[in-house]
Design a protein around this ligand. Sequence first.
Ligand SMILES: [Zn+2]
Ligand SMILES: [Zn+2]
Length: 216
Amino acid sequence: MDSHIHSEYSPDSKSKLKDIFKVAKSRNIDIIAISDHNTVDGSKEARRLTKKDDLLVIPSIEISSIEGHILGFGCEEKIDRDLPAAETIDLIHDQSALAIIPHPYCFYRHGLLCKADYKDLKIDAIETKNARFIVGYCNNKAKNLSKNENLPSLGASDAHYFKFVGDCYSKIDCEKDIDSVLKSIKKGKVEAFGKGTSNIKLSKYLFEYKVLKKFD
Ligand SMILES: [Zn+2]
Ligand SMILES: [Zn+2]
C-alpha cells in the first residue's frame, strides 16, 4: 500500500491519475490513496476510475492545519484548512476516518509534531518512512515515537511525481476493502518499508521538470 500520493489535483503536482495507477501496478502495489493538499477531488476521481479495477483506492486528503499537515485517511468529504490541529482531527474522526501524521518531524514541510505535542492530539498513526527525505533524521525520530508510544507506523512515497510512487510503502494485513484497511492500520497490523526517493532519481526529475519543462 502507498497511502500518500499527490496528483494534478494538488497545486504542486502534475501527475495524471492514470500514470499513478500504472506505476503502482508495475510495483505490485494494490492499495493506494491520493492524498492531495486540501482537496478530495483527485481522490474521488481516482475512486471513480478504478471502480472495476484491481487497484483499491482509499479516500484521503492532506489537510494543512494551523500547526502542520494531517492526513484524513478515509475522508470522503473535504475538511477546511487552517483550523487548529485538534479540531481538524475531530473532524476527521467525525467521518470515521483516521488521522495519520505525514513527515511528523520535518520542519520545512510543515511536520505537525514540530509545533504540536503528540500527547495533546488523538493521532491514529504516523508515517515513519516518508520517501521525501534528505538525511533521514525526521524519519528516525518518527520511528522512535512510534516505538515508544506503540503507534502504528506507515511507509509512503508522498510522491509529487508519478515515477516516485511506491518508493516507500506499507505491508498491511487486511482484506481488500476500505473498512478492513482502516481497521488494520488502527490495530497496528501494518509495517513500513522502502528506502526513499534517491537523489539521482530526484535530480533527473528536477532536470526534466525545471530545465526541459517536460511536464507543462
Ligand atoms: Zn505534507
Ligand atoms: Zn504530501
